[in-house]
Ligand binder design. Structure first.
Ligand SMILES: Cc1ncc(COP(=O)(O)O)c(C=O)c1O
Length: 391
Protein backbone atom coordinates (compact mmCIF):
# COMPACT_ATOMS: atom_id res chain seq x y z
CA UNK A 1 0.00 0.00 0.00
CA UNK A 2 1.54 3.29 -1.09
CA UNK A 3 0.26 6.46 0.48
CA UNK A 4 1.56 9.45 -1.34
CA UNK A 5 -1.45 11.72 -1.31
CA UNK A 6 -1.41 14.40 1.40
CA UNK A 7 -4.93 13.48 2.53
CA UNK A 8 -3.59 10.05 3.49
CA UNK A 9 -0.59 11.53 5.20
CA UNK A 10 0.00 11.71 8.93
CA UNK A 11 2.48 14.54 9.24
CA UNK A 12 4.68 14.04 12.31
CA UNK A 13 7.57 16.31 11.38
CA UNK A 14 6.42 19.45 13.12
CA UNK A 15 9.70 19.91 15.00
CA UNK A 16 11.25 20.62 11.57
CA UNK A 17 8.45 22.81 10.28
CA UNK A 18 4.80 22.79 11.22
CA UNK A 19 2.03 21.64 8.89
CA UNK A 20 -0.80 22.31 8.42
CA UNK A 21 -0.93 26.04 9.04
CA UNK A 22 -4.07 27.58 10.51
CA UNK A 23 -6.38 28.94 7.77
CA UNK A 24 -5.91 32.43 9.24
CA UNK A 25 -2.20 32.22 8.39
CA UNK A 26 -2.82 31.26 4.76
CA UNK A 27 -5.40 34.04 4.48
CA UNK A 28 -3.02 36.60 5.98
CA UNK A 29 -0.40 35.80 3.34
CA UNK A 30 -2.90 36.10 0.53
CA UNK A 31 -4.23 39.37 1.94
CA UNK A 32 -0.74 40.80 2.32
CA UNK A 33 0.05 40.06 -1.33
CA UNK A 34 -3.23 41.43 -2.62
CA UNK A 35 -2.25 45.02 -1.82
CA UNK A 36 0.92 47.07 -2.15
CA UNK A 37 3.07 47.16 0.95
CA UNK A 38 2.94 50.13 3.30
CA UNK A 39 5.85 49.48 5.59
CA UNK A 40 6.11 51.37 8.86
CA UNK A 41 8.44 54.32 8.42
CA UNK A 42 9.18 53.52 4.80
CA UNK A 43 6.13 54.77 2.91
CA UNK A 44 4.84 58.13 4.13
CA UNK A 45 1.27 59.21 3.70
CA UNK A 46 0.02 55.76 2.80
CA UNK A 47 -2.65 53.66 4.37
CA UNK A 48 -2.78 49.95 4.78
CA UNK A 49 -1.95 47.17 7.17
CA UNK A 50 1.34 47.43 8.97
CA UNK A 51 2.31 43.78 9.26
CA UNK A 52 5.63 44.49 10.90
CA UNK A 53 4.11 46.36 13.81
CA UNK A 54 1.37 43.75 14.11
CA UNK A 55 3.97 41.00 14.32
CA UNK A 56 6.00 42.89 16.94
CA UNK A 57 2.90 43.53 19.03
CA UNK A 58 1.92 39.88 18.79
CA UNK A 59 5.37 38.86 20.09
CA UNK A 60 5.12 41.34 23.00
CA UNK A 61 1.77 39.83 23.92
CA UNK A 62 2.84 36.19 23.63
CA UNK A 63 6.12 36.53 25.52
CA UNK A 64 5.17 39.30 27.98
CA UNK A 65 8.05 41.56 27.09
CA UNK A 66 8.83 45.23 27.01
CA UNK A 67 8.64 47.36 23.86
CA UNK A 68 8.10 45.92 20.41
CA UNK A 69 11.25 47.66 19.11
CA UNK A 70 13.30 45.16 21.10
CA UNK A 71 11.98 42.38 18.87
CA UNK A 72 14.13 42.06 15.77
CA UNK A 73 13.09 40.20 12.61
CA UNK A 74 15.59 38.04 10.78
CA UNK A 75 15.45 35.39 8.07
CA UNK A 76 15.08 32.57 10.62
CA UNK A 77 16.44 31.42 13.99
CA UNK A 78 19.81 30.54 12.47
CA UNK A 79 20.15 34.03 11.08
CA UNK A 80 19.28 35.51 14.50
CA UNK A 81 22.06 33.47 16.12
CA UNK A 82 24.47 34.62 13.41
CA UNK A 83 23.72 38.22 14.34
CA UNK A 84 23.68 37.86 18.12
CA UNK A 85 26.68 35.62 18.70
CA UNK A 86 29.27 37.51 16.57
CA UNK A 87 27.66 40.81 17.60
CA UNK A 88 28.18 40.03 21.27
CA UNK A 89 31.74 38.80 20.73
CA UNK A 90 32.57 41.93 18.71
CA UNK A 91 31.54 44.08 21.69
CA UNK A 92 33.02 41.96 24.48
CA UNK A 93 36.23 43.15 26.07
CA UNK A 94 39.24 40.95 26.84
CA UNK A 95 39.54 37.18 26.39
CA UNK A 96 36.22 35.57 25.73
CA UNK A 97 35.21 32.14 26.97
CA UNK A 98 31.82 30.86 25.81
CA UNK A 99 29.76 27.94 27.08
CA UNK A 100 27.23 25.94 25.07
CA UNK A 101 25.77 22.46 25.39
CA UNK A 102 25.87 19.10 23.68
CA UNK A 103 22.09 19.34 23.22
CA UNK A 104 22.41 22.29 20.89
CA UNK A 105 21.59 22.62 17.21
CA UNK A 106 24.19 23.36 14.55
CA UNK A 107 22.76 26.86 14.30
CA UNK A 108 24.40 27.44 17.71
CA UNK A 109 27.33 25.04 17.43
CA UNK A 110 28.63 26.13 14.04
CA UNK A 111 28.83 29.90 14.66
CA UNK A 112 30.60 29.17 17.94
CA UNK A 113 33.02 26.64 16.45
CA UNK A 114 33.86 29.05 13.63
CA UNK A 115 34.68 31.75 16.18
CA UNK A 116 36.78 29.27 18.13
CA UNK A 117 38.66 28.24 14.96
CA UNK A 118 39.33 31.92 14.21
CA UNK A 119 40.88 32.25 17.68
CA UNK A 120 38.28 34.77 18.80
CA UNK A 121 36.82 32.69 21.64
CA UNK A 122 37.55 29.65 23.75
CA UNK A 123 34.64 27.26 23.95
CA UNK A 124 33.31 24.72 26.44
CA UNK A 125 30.53 22.35 25.41
CA UNK A 126 28.88 20.96 28.54
CA UNK A 127 27.33 17.48 28.43
CA UNK A 128 23.74 16.53 29.12
CA UNK A 129 22.42 13.79 31.35
CA UNK A 130 18.94 12.30 31.00
CA UNK A 131 18.22 14.87 28.27
CA UNK A 132 18.88 17.76 30.69
CA UNK A 133 21.58 20.35 31.24
CA UNK A 134 22.20 20.60 34.96
CA UNK A 135 22.60 24.19 36.21
CA UNK A 136 25.45 22.83 38.39
CA UNK A 137 27.29 21.60 35.30
CA UNK A 138 26.99 25.06 33.74
CA UNK A 139 28.19 26.67 36.99
CA UNK A 140 31.20 24.34 37.09
CA UNK A 141 32.18 25.28 33.51
CA UNK A 142 32.35 29.01 34.30
CA UNK A 143 35.83 30.53 34.47
CA UNK A 144 36.96 34.15 34.98
CA UNK A 145 36.95 34.75 31.19
CA UNK A 146 33.41 33.41 30.66
CA UNK A 147 31.43 36.16 28.97
CA UNK A 148 28.62 34.31 27.20
CA UNK A 149 26.39 31.23 27.41
CA UNK A 150 24.34 30.20 24.37
CA UNK A 151 21.99 27.25 24.69
CA UNK A 152 18.71 25.86 23.49
CA UNK A 153 15.60 26.10 25.62
CA UNK A 154 14.06 22.95 24.15
CA UNK A 155 15.95 20.09 22.52
CA UNK A 156 14.90 19.43 18.93
CA UNK A 157 15.82 15.75 19.31
CA UNK A 158 14.93 14.81 22.87
CA UNK A 159 12.05 17.20 23.52
CA UNK A 160 13.46 18.16 26.90
CA UNK A 161 13.11 21.71 28.23
CA UNK A 162 16.00 23.23 30.14
CA UNK A 163 15.74 25.16 33.38
CA UNK A 164 16.82 28.46 31.87
CA UNK A 165 15.55 30.32 34.91
CA UNK A 166 18.00 28.59 37.24
CA UNK A 167 20.83 28.79 34.71
CA UNK A 168 20.13 32.46 33.97
CA UNK A 169 20.30 33.34 37.68
CA UNK A 170 23.71 31.70 38.00
CA UNK A 171 24.94 33.62 34.95
CA UNK A 172 23.54 36.99 35.90
CA UNK A 173 25.08 36.82 39.39
CA UNK A 174 28.39 36.71 37.52
CA UNK A 175 27.54 39.26 34.79
CA UNK A 176 27.58 36.61 32.04
CA UNK A 177 25.45 37.26 28.96
CA UNK A 178 22.77 34.65 28.25
CA UNK A 179 21.40 33.89 24.76
CA UNK A 180 18.63 31.30 24.63
CA UNK A 181 17.60 29.53 21.44
CA UNK A 182 13.85 29.17 21.79
CA UNK A 183 13.26 27.74 18.30
CA UNK A 184 11.57 24.66 19.76
CA UNK A 185 9.72 26.20 22.69
CA UNK A 186 8.25 29.38 21.17
CA UNK A 187 4.55 28.67 20.73
CA UNK A 188 4.76 25.23 22.31
CA UNK A 189 4.60 26.30 25.94
CA UNK A 190 4.17 29.44 28.04
CA UNK A 191 7.39 31.49 27.99
CA UNK A 192 7.31 34.59 30.17
CA UNK A 193 10.35 36.55 29.09
CA UNK A 194 9.34 39.35 31.43
CA UNK A 195 10.32 37.09 34.32
CA UNK A 196 13.18 35.09 32.87
CA UNK A 197 16.82 36.07 33.45
CA UNK A 198 17.62 35.88 29.75
CA UNK A 199 19.40 38.59 27.73
CA UNK A 200 18.34 37.51 24.27
CA UNK A 201 15.75 34.96 23.14
CA UNK A 202 15.61 33.53 19.63
CA UNK A 203 12.45 32.33 17.91
CA UNK A 204 11.60 30.90 14.53
CA UNK A 205 8.37 31.57 12.66
CA UNK A 206 7.80 28.26 10.92
CA UNK A 207 7.52 25.80 13.78
CA UNK A 208 5.03 26.14 16.67
CA UNK A 209 4.22 29.77 15.87
CA UNK A 210 2.61 28.44 12.67
CA UNK A 211 4.24 31.01 10.40
CA UNK A 212 6.20 30.24 7.25
CA UNK A 213 9.85 29.31 6.64
CA UNK A 214 12.13 32.32 6.24
CA UNK A 215 10.82 34.16 9.30
CA UNK A 216 12.22 34.42 12.80
CA UNK A 217 14.11 36.79 14.99
CA UNK A 218 15.06 37.63 18.53
CA UNK A 219 14.19 39.63 21.59
CA UNK A 220 17.05 41.60 23.07
CA UNK A 221 16.76 43.22 26.48
CA UNK A 222 19.75 45.58 26.28
CA UNK A 223 20.96 46.21 22.71
CA UNK A 224 24.01 48.12 23.95
CA UNK A 225 25.70 44.78 24.74
CA UNK A 226 25.55 43.43 21.17
CA UNK A 227 27.35 45.15 18.32
CA UNK A 228 26.06 45.48 14.77
CA UNK A 229 27.43 42.96 12.29
CA UNK A 230 25.22 43.74 9.29
CA UNK A 231 24.76 47.03 7.57
CA UNK A 232 22.33 48.46 5.03
CA UNK A 233 19.20 50.42 4.37
CA UNK A 234 16.60 50.89 7.06
CA UNK A 235 14.40 53.62 5.59
CA UNK A 236 15.45 55.85 8.49
CA UNK A 237 18.26 58.39 9.03
CA UNK A 238 19.23 57.79 5.41
CA UNK A 239 21.74 60.65 5.14
CA UNK A 240 23.91 58.84 7.66
CA UNK A 241 26.39 56.49 6.02
CA UNK A 242 26.52 54.45 9.20
CA UNK A 243 24.05 52.01 10.68
CA UNK A 244 21.58 53.71 13.05
CA UNK A 245 21.89 52.79 16.70
CA UNK A 246 18.13 52.94 17.27
CA UNK A 247 16.11 49.78 17.67
CA UNK A 248 15.24 47.79 15.70
CA UNK A 249 17.16 49.46 12.83
CA UNK A 250 20.41 48.58 14.54
CA UNK A 251 19.94 44.97 13.40
CA UNK A 252 17.18 44.99 10.75
CA UNK A 253 18.39 45.73 7.25
CA UNK A 254 16.83 45.64 3.83
CA UNK A 255 13.26 44.91 2.83
CA UNK A 256 11.23 42.85 5.26
CA UNK A 257 9.48 39.63 4.37
CA UNK A 258 6.04 41.25 4.56
CA UNK A 259 3.96 38.18 3.65
CA UNK A 260 6.05 36.17 6.12
CA UNK A 261 5.48 38.72 8.89
CA UNK A 262 1.76 38.88 8.10
CA UNK A 263 1.75 35.10 8.51
CA UNK A 264 3.72 35.37 11.73
CA UNK A 265 1.29 37.86 13.24
CA UNK A 266 -1.64 35.60 12.31
CA UNK A 267 0.17 32.50 13.60
CA UNK A 268 0.91 34.12 16.95
CA UNK A 269 -2.68 35.36 17.23
CA UNK A 270 -3.76 31.76 16.66
CA UNK A 271 -1.38 30.49 19.36
CA UNK A 272 -2.65 33.15 21.80
CA UNK A 273 -6.25 32.19 21.16
CA UNK A 274 -5.57 28.46 21.60
CA UNK A 275 -3.43 29.25 24.67
CA UNK A 276 0.12 28.04 25.19
CA UNK A 277 -0.86 26.14 28.37
CA UNK A 278 -3.46 24.14 26.43
CA UNK A 279 -1.01 23.58 23.55
CA UNK A 280 1.67 22.35 25.97
CA UNK A 281 -0.74 20.04 27.78
CA UNK A 282 -1.99 18.43 24.57
CA UNK A 283 1.56 17.97 23.31
CA UNK A 284 2.68 16.33 26.53
CA UNK A 285 -0.31 13.99 26.55
CA UNK A 286 0.20 12.89 22.96
CA UNK A 287 3.92 12.37 23.53
CA UNK A 288 3.20 10.30 26.67
CA UNK A 289 0.70 8.18 24.72
CA UNK A 290 3.08 7.57 21.81
CA UNK A 291 5.89 6.64 24.19
CA UNK A 292 3.71 4.30 26.25
CA UNK A 293 2.76 2.45 23.05
CA UNK A 294 6.28 2.30 21.62
CA UNK A 295 7.57 0.92 24.92
CA UNK A 296 5.46 -2.20 24.31
CA UNK A 297 7.95 -3.28 21.61
CA UNK A 298 11.15 -4.57 23.19
CA UNK A 299 13.23 -3.66 20.14
CA UNK A 300 12.30 0.03 20.14
CA UNK A 301 14.89 2.22 21.87
CA UNK A 302 13.41 5.51 23.07
CA UNK A 303 15.98 8.21 23.87
CA UNK A 304 13.90 10.31 26.25
CA UNK A 305 10.83 8.78 27.83
CA UNK A 306 9.69 12.00 29.52
CA UNK A 307 9.86 14.83 26.99
CA UNK A 308 8.12 18.08 27.87
CA UNK A 309 7.73 18.89 24.18
CA UNK A 310 5.91 16.63 21.69
CA UNK A 311 9.13 15.25 20.25
CA UNK A 312 9.89 11.53 20.42
CA UNK A 313 13.23 10.13 19.29
CA UNK A 314 13.68 6.40 18.77
CA UNK A 315 15.40 3.64 16.88
CA UNK A 316 14.31 0.16 15.96
CA UNK A 317 16.95 -2.46 16.65
CA UNK A 318 18.09 -4.20 13.51
CA UNK A 319 17.02 -1.39 11.16
CA UNK A 320 18.70 1.79 9.93
CA UNK A 321 16.78 4.89 10.96
CA UNK A 322 16.51 6.05 7.33
CA UNK A 323 14.90 2.73 6.39
CA UNK A 324 12.39 3.06 9.22
CA UNK A 325 11.48 6.55 8.03
CA UNK A 326 11.19 5.35 4.44
CA UNK A 327 8.89 2.43 5.31
CA UNK A 328 6.76 4.61 7.58
CA UNK A 329 6.31 7.17 4.82
CA UNK A 330 5.83 4.86 1.85
CA UNK A 331 3.82 2.07 3.43
CA UNK A 332 1.86 3.96 6.07
CA UNK A 333 1.92 7.64 5.07
CA UNK A 334 3.54 8.56 8.39
CA UNK A 335 6.02 11.40 7.91
CA UNK A 336 8.88 11.40 10.42
CA UNK A 337 12.36 12.91 10.33
CA UNK A 338 15.40 10.66 10.35
CA UNK A 339 19.15 11.21 10.65
CA UNK A 340 21.06 13.63 12.84
CA UNK A 341 18.50 16.47 13.09
CA UNK A 342 21.34 19.03 12.89
CA UNK A 343 22.25 18.11 16.46
CA UNK A 344 25.43 16.07 15.98
CA UNK A 345 26.51 16.03 19.62
CA UNK A 346 23.21 14.57 20.79
CA UNK A 347 23.75 11.72 18.38
CA UNK A 348 27.42 11.34 19.21
CA UNK A 349 26.30 10.81 22.81
CA UNK A 350 23.22 8.66 22.30
CA UNK A 351 23.23 6.90 18.93
CA UNK A 352 26.90 6.43 18.22
CA UNK A 353 26.62 9.09 15.56
CA UNK A 354 24.10 7.05 13.57
CA UNK A 355 21.00 9.18 14.12
CA UNK A 356 17.45 8.13 14.88
CA UNK A 357 13.83 8.56 13.90
CA UNK A 358 11.95 11.54 15.29
CA UNK A 359 8.18 11.96 15.38
CA UNK A 360 6.71 15.28 16.43
CA UNK A 361 2.98 15.98 16.51
CA UNK A 362 1.51 19.47 16.61
CA UNK A 363 -1.62 21.15 17.95
CA UNK A 364 -3.37 19.96 14.77
CA UNK A 365 -2.42 16.29 15.16
CA UNK A 366 -5.42 14.27 16.26
CA UNK A 367 -5.38 11.44 18.82
CA UNK A 368 -6.62 9.19 16.01
CA UNK A 369 -3.56 10.04 13.92
CA UNK A 370 -1.32 9.23 16.89
CA UNK A 371 -3.04 5.84 17.22
CA UNK A 372 -2.51 5.04 13.52
CA UNK A 373 1.11 6.21 13.68
CA UNK A 374 2.04 4.11 16.72
CA UNK A 375 0.36 1.08 15.17
CA UNK A 376 2.50 1.62 12.08
CA UNK A 377 5.72 2.03 14.06
CA UNK A 378 4.93 -1.04 16.15
CA UNK A 379 4.28 -3.10 13.00
CA UNK A 380 7.60 -2.04 11.53
CA UNK A 381 9.33 -2.94 14.80
CA UNK A 382 7.60 -6.33 14.92
CA UNK A 383 8.69 -6.97 11.32
CA UNK A 384 12.27 -6.10 12.19
CA UNK A 385 12.13 -8.34 15.23
CA UNK A 386 10.88 -11.36 13.32
CA UNK A 387 13.53 -10.84 10.59
CA UNK A 388 16.20 -10.71 13.29
CA UNK A 389 14.88 -13.90 14.90
CA UNK A 390 14.84 -15.74 11.56
CA UNK A 391 18.39 -14.68 10.69
C1 LIG B 1 16.74 24.09 18.45
C2 LIG B 1 16.78 24.70 17.09
N1 LIG B 1 17.49 25.81 16.89
C3 LIG B 1 17.54 26.41 15.69
C4 LIG B 1 16.88 25.90 14.61
C5 LIG B 1 16.99 26.60 13.29
O1 LIG B 1 15.77 27.20 12.98
P1 LIG B 1 15.58 27.97 11.58
O2 LIG B 1 15.13 26.97 10.62
O3 LIG B 1 14.51 28.97 11.86
O4 LIG B 1 16.85 28.61 11.25
C6 LIG B 1 16.12 24.74 14.76
C7 LIG B 1 15.41 24.17 13.59
O5 LIG B 1 15.39 23.02 13.34
C8 LIG B 1 16.07 24.13 16.04
O6 LIG B 1 15.37 23.02 16.23
Amino acid sequence: MLKNHPSDMIYLNNAATSWPKPPEVCMAITRSLAQPVFGSGRTAGSEGEDYITQAREALVQLFHTGPGENWVFTHNATDALNILIPGFIASAEGPCHVITTALDHNSVLRPLHELERAGRITLTVVPFENAKISPDVVRAAICPETRLVVMSHGSNVLGSVQDIHAIGEILHERGIYFIVDGAQTAGHMPVDLGNLPVDAFIFTGHKALFGVPGTGGFYIRDPSRVGTVRYGGTGTDSFSLFQPDEMPDKYEIGTHNYPGLAALAAGIAFVCSAGTAAIAKKGEQQAAYIISELKKEPNIIIYNETPELPIIAFNIEGMENDDVGFVLARAYGVISRTGLHCAPLVHKTLTNGKGCVRVSPSWFTTDGECRVAVKAIREVAQGANSSLNQA
